[in-house]
Design a protein around this ligand. Structure first.
Ligand SMILES: *[C@@H]1O[C@H](CO)[C@@H](O)[C@H](O)[C@H]1NC(C)=O
Ligand SMILES: *[C@@H]1O[C@H](CO)[C@@H](O)[C@H](O)[C@H]1NC(C)=O
Ligand SMILES: *[C@@H]1O[C@H](CO)[C@@H](O)[C@H](O)[C@H]1NC(C)=O
Ligand SMILES: *[C@@H]1O[C@H](CO)[C@@H](O)[C@H](O)[C@H]1NC(C)=O
Ligand SMILES: *[C@@H]1O[C@H](CO)[C@@H](O)[C@H](O)[C@H]1NC(C)=O
Ligand SMILES: *[C@@H]1O[C@H](CO)[C@@H](O)[C@H](O)[C@H]1NC(C)=O
Ligand SMILES: *[C@@H]1O[C@H](CO)[C@@H](O)[C@H](O)[C@H]1NC(C)=O
Ligand SMILES: *[C@@H]1O[C@H](CO)[C@@H](O)[C@H](O)[C@H]1NC(C)=O
Ligand SMILES: *[C@@H]1O[C@H](CO)[C@@H](O)[C@H](O)[C@H]1NC(C)=O
Ligand SMILES: *[C@@H]1O[C@H](CO)[C@@H](O)[C@H](O)[C@H]1NC(C)=O
Ligand SMILES: *[C@@H]1O[C@H](CO)[C@@H](O)[C@H](O)[C@H]1NC(C)=O
Ligand SMILES: *[C@@H]1O[C@H](CO)[C@@H](O)[C@H](O)[C@H]1NC(C)=O
Length: 417
């Protein structure tokens, strides 16, 4: 993938922008029962030596990744449960687990890459398989719960950095499927609301007000599946309403920020029950939408929004997400439309304003939106002309009846003469 040759520091952006990342499902079984299951996307950045200096390549876990059944195991008799996923020619990623009875955790992450794979590591000045390990991964969850982290998490081991995103995994599973109870990683959790003190209020009034950015431009975004056909369509104007600690003003500020469509790139993924749209602007703003389909009712909705922002004036990068939302509800085979401005509350420090929105995350068969289900606000607005029209029609009718009655009276008047 040509787009993947970006700097390692930017590779989160790389995968967000270029959509090089695919979700894979990996399972380790012992007979018929599953002990480890992982659904994740992963992107690796590997720095290696060439005769000219060092070079960094980006590679994402392809969906042809398979569990290495010879190395993976459910553990027991002194060995730890181990998930080893192999991909490409001799590359692998391994997660080893342990538990103390109430909590399970990833004890170490092992990465193995084969420098002899010249298609991935051109001009490498050494060959053979390199293996690196990081033993402080920080992934843990209570037993009988699924660890979930939608936000990207980067783990480094020497020359390699792995970024997981959209991750759900469980070890020591009680059943063959991921437990419905989820343990949400810190990055996905609601950031604490900015403190609102009276001093902050007084400084707010003295500070010069920021100019409001006006209505955002409407952008057209889409996600394509592996064979290049559109599988998610979206058109909308987007405005972020963000509270953060401003370095220049030394206080928490609230800012409206419009996404500029021609500076924003889209990527994402499509699935039968889950679809994501990831919008990235200027490599410092990434906004993700997660849509969920209920296959029983054939209804879908926007279930999650994730914002990552690293703006120059922020004292620390902002990561805000909420994955238990219920917005933009519609039916499979239809799109959702809302021309009126909507405010989608995500967390106390972040809400999203949408303008002239139309989305279809599932059941896209052509490049066109299917028939739309409209939001209540649009329906209410459509009612106004109908009510006005009905009132006018009523008025015309009354005038007409009055005229007819009047005419009949006057006719009657003539005949009596
Ligand atoms: C696994 O499942 C198959 C069929 O579903 C069954 O015949 C077999 O006995 C099972 N094996 C174990 C170890 O439970
Ligand atoms: C790359 O070369 C430097 C010195 O030339 C060496 O220290 C380093 O270990 C090498 N890295 C790899 C991955 O071979
Ligand atoms: C070394 O780098 C230069 C430019 O940086 C490039 O033109 C050249 O092809 C490289 N040579 C090798 C052997 O990689
Ligand atoms: C890879 O993904 C594509 C579309 O997302 C799918 O059609 C294909 O079956 C997948 N391949 C594997 C090996 O899972
Ligand atoms: C297991 O580890 C967790 C976290 O380290 C700790 O809070 C918990 O008390 C431990 N449980 C047992 C039974 O040791
Ligand atoms: C990873 O952890 C497992 C289990 O704790 C251990 O057996 C293995 O040796 C570790 N691997 C490395 C490379 O440290
Ligand atoms: C986990 O679930 C299994 C089966 O539902 C149960 O036997 C076990 O006690 C549970 N463990 C904990 C720590 O809750
Ligand atoms: C593209 O792939 C999707 C599923 O991955 C399939 O439904 C569709 O028919 C494919 N389209 C073409 C043109 O191959
Ligand atoms: C920021 O404000 C705090 C308290 O409001 C103050 O102690 C600190 O010196 C200020 N820092 C700067 C750089 O102005
Ligand atoms: C983006 O659009 C704005 C306004 O529509 C225009 O002024 C600007 O030149 C465009 N920038 C690029 C990079 O196309
Ligand atoms: C799916 O829809 C059905 C029927 O409306 C409902 O009973 C069920 O709880 C929904 N499932 C989920 C996962 O929301
Ligand atoms: C984001 O990055 C771009 C380019 O580096 C910069 O021009 C812009 O000011 C940044 N945006 C914010 C809000 O810091």
């Amino acid at each position: 993938m040509k787009g993947c040759q970006c700097f390692s520091a930017l590779f989160i952006v790389c995968f967000a922008v270029l959509g090089c990342v695919q979700a894979v499902t990996l399972e380790v079984k012992d007979g018929n029962s599953t002990c480890i299951k992982a659904e994740l996307s992963a992107s690796l950045s590997v720095t290696y030596n060439t005769s000219n200096g060092t070079r960094t390549v980006m590679v994402s876990l392809p969906n042809s990744t398979l569990v290495d059944t010879a190395k993976s195991s459910c553990g027991g008799s002194g060995s730890a449960p181990w998930l080893v996923a192999a991909f490409g020619s001799g590359h692998a990623i391994g997660l080893s687990f342990s538990t103390n009875g109430s909590v399970y955790s990833v004890t170490n992450l092992t990465l193995q890459y084969n420098l002899s794979d010249f298609s991935l590591f051109p001009e490498a000045n050494s060959s053979g398989v390199v293996s690196v390990t990081n033993a402080s991964v920080g992934i843990w969850a209570p037993i009988n719960t699924t660890y979930r982290c939608v936000s990207p998490t980067t783990i480094r081991a020497l020359e390699v950095a792995v970024t997981f995103s959209d991750m759900r995994l469980e070890a020591y599973m009680p059943g063959n499927d991921l437990s419905p109870a989820e343990s949400v990683c810190t990055a996905d959790q609601t950031p604490t609301a900015p403190p609102t003190t009276t001093t902050a209020a007084t400084t707010t009034t003295t500070a010069p007000p920021r100019p409001p950015p006006g209505t955002p431009e409407r952008g057209t975004y889409s996600v394509r599946n592996i064979n290049g056909t559109e599988c998610l369509l979206a058109q909308m104007g987007l405005q972020l309403n963000v509270s953060y600690f401003s370095q220049s003003e030394n206080k928490t500020v609230q800012e409206l920020f419009n996404l500029t469509p021609n500076l924003t790139s889209s990527s994402g993924s499509c699935g039968a029950s889950r679809a994501t749209l990831v919008l990235t602007q200027d490599q410092n703003t990434t906004l993700s939408f997660i849509f969920t389909m209920n296959s029983t009712s054939n209804k879908y909705h926007l279930s999650g929004i994730v914002l990552l922002a690293n703006w120059s004036d922020m004292s620390a990068p902002l990561s805000a997400s909420n994955t238990s939302l219920d917005y933009l509800r519609s039916t499979l085979g239809r799109s959702f439309m809302c021309n009126a401005e909507q405010t989608l509350r995500v967390v106390p420090a972040f809400s999203l304003n949408t303008f002239r929105l139309q989305v279809q995350p599932f059941g896209v068969t052509t490049k066109q939106f299917a028939a739309a289900e409209e939001c209540q606000m649009d329906q209410d607005q459509m009612l106004i002309p109908i009510i006005v029209g009905a009132a006018l029609a009523g008025l015309v009718l009354i005038v007409l009846i009055a005229y007819l009655i009047g005419r009949k009276r006057s006719h009657a008047g003539y005949q009596t003469i």
